[in-house]
Ligand binder design. Structure first.
Ligand code: AMP
Length: 395
């Protein structure tokens, strides 16, 4: 039996999913959390059960060793050789990678060389890749880039209007992120409509803790809200999204607690968004509880969140000159009927109408009325499946 691992190594976590391929059957999945920190944890899920344990994990290499131990321990594999494919999610592919690639030493070096585009993620991705190269040298190892889907953007969309030399010398441009997810849900939407992807204009809204909106024209990303890094675009759980950059020197001059541009950026990345405005939590479920209890900061944070989503979605109606469908996905997009309702009702001028009877939690498929000119869909994303499928292509 051929087994493939889809691996998503974050700065302090490593998520994995084990598939039987080509059947695309999920055998088990899990996550190592708080790698390199106190109270690191491993969770393994299979047959509807969660197996959690607290265990010291100093780095990604150790997490990978532990993962293989767990797979043997729970009889998910009987020997390492059963894993014939490994797909790695890599956050930044820069301008080097327009598609998934077979990993060799050269590719690994290239991934490391563009770490400045995703300083928290690419080094972790590379560490995961290296650990598996040592442990499973014969498995087909493939890198799947979060930016690849957006490499189809036209230059007018990906360039920033600053002197050309900053693009030429330093590759400063929009790269976007969540590409695997935007690609997957736009293709699933075409299947749902039973129409060729080439004939459809779709706006995809990946709204989770990180959030981005993409304009997909004929199956190709033509614009996306995240920018040079995932800090750009809409408001998120802990990220500000789009900001006027003049705020950075202004804060450095005026706030004695902020001492470098990096500290301001860290604040925009980690202390802002829903967390920063609600002053309570970055999690939408918490926010909705405090909003419903009448907390003024939470009400404002929610209103700002919906406002930013509406602004980017309406921009993309402009970029595409109209759209056939709006697709919601990821934690909030898939589960939060109120966010979907508020966004769609607030954009009714574009020809969208929500069907309240269809817009329930857990719905998959169409949530707009039969008369709605623009169809609104909820499609659960599945980045791991895309990764596992891409590995198959190289076997
Ligand atoms: P993700 O990053 O895709 O895992 O999404 C995480 C976000 O989804 C968090 O803000 C969660 O609060 C939110 N979320 C998950 N389940 C629900 C739910 N049932 N209702 C509202 N928000 C949810």
């Amino acid at each position: 039996m051929e087994k493939t691992l889809a691996v998503n190594a974050g700065s302090s976590s490593l998520k994995w999913q084990l598939y039987e391929m080509p059947e695309e059957k999920v055998i088990a999945k899990g996550i190592f959390e708080r790698i390199g920190l106190a109270q690191s944890m491993s969770t393994v899920k299979f047959n509807g059960e969660d197996h959690k344990r607290e265990i010291d994990i100093v780095d990604h290499r150790q997490a990978v060793l532990l993962l293989m131990d767990e797979l043997i321990h729970f009889h998910l594999i009987s020997e390492f050789r059963e894993i014939t494919g490994i797909g790695h999610r890599v956050v930044a592919g820069g301008e080097l990678f327009k598609d998934s690639v077979l990993i060799d030493k050269n590719v690994l070096d290239q991934i490391k060389s563009i770490s400045n585009l995703a300083p928290l993620h690419n080094p972790a991705n590379a560490a995961g890749i290296e650990a598996f190269m040592k442990l499973l040298p014969d498995a087909t190892a493939v890198a799947v880039f979060d930016t690849a889907f957006h490499t189809s953007m036209p230059e007018k969309a990906y360039r920033y209007p600053i002197p050309n030399k900053y693009y030429r010398n330093y590759s400063v441009r929009k790269y976007g992120a969540h590409g695997t997810s935007h690609m997957y849900v736009s293709r699933e939407a075409a299947k749902y409509f039973d129409k060729p992807l080439e004939d459809l204009k779709i706006i995809t809204a990946h709204i989770g803790n990180g959030a981005s909106i993409t304009a997909v024209d004929g199956g190709k990303s033509v614009d996306t809200s995240m920018g040079f890094t995932p800090l750009g675009g809409v408001m998120m759980g802990t990220r500000s999204g789009e900001m006027d950059p003049s705020v950075i020197p202004f804060l450095l001059e005026n706030d004695p607690d902020l001492n470098s541009a990096q500290e301001v950026i860290d604040m925009f990345n980690n202390q802002s968004g829903i967390r920063g405005v609600s002053e309570l939590s970055s999690d939408m479920r918490d926010l909705e509880k405090s909003r419903d209890a009448g907390d003024a900061n939470s009400i404002l944070a929610y209103e700002m969140f919906v406002d930013r989503l509406k602004k980017y979605i309406s921009q993309y109606f402009g970029v595409l000159n109209g759209a056939d469908a709006l697709v919601f996905t990821a934690g909030i997009g898939e589960n939060d009927r109120k966010v979907r309702e508020d966004v769609v009702n607030g954009l009714s001028w574009f020809g969208m109408e929500i069907n309240p009877e269809r817009n329930y939690r857990g719905v998959v498929g169409e949530i707009s009325t039969a008369d709605s000119k623009v169809k609104v869909l909820v499609i659960p994303t599945d980045e791991e499946l895309v990764i596992a499928r891409d590995v198959e292509k190289f076997k």
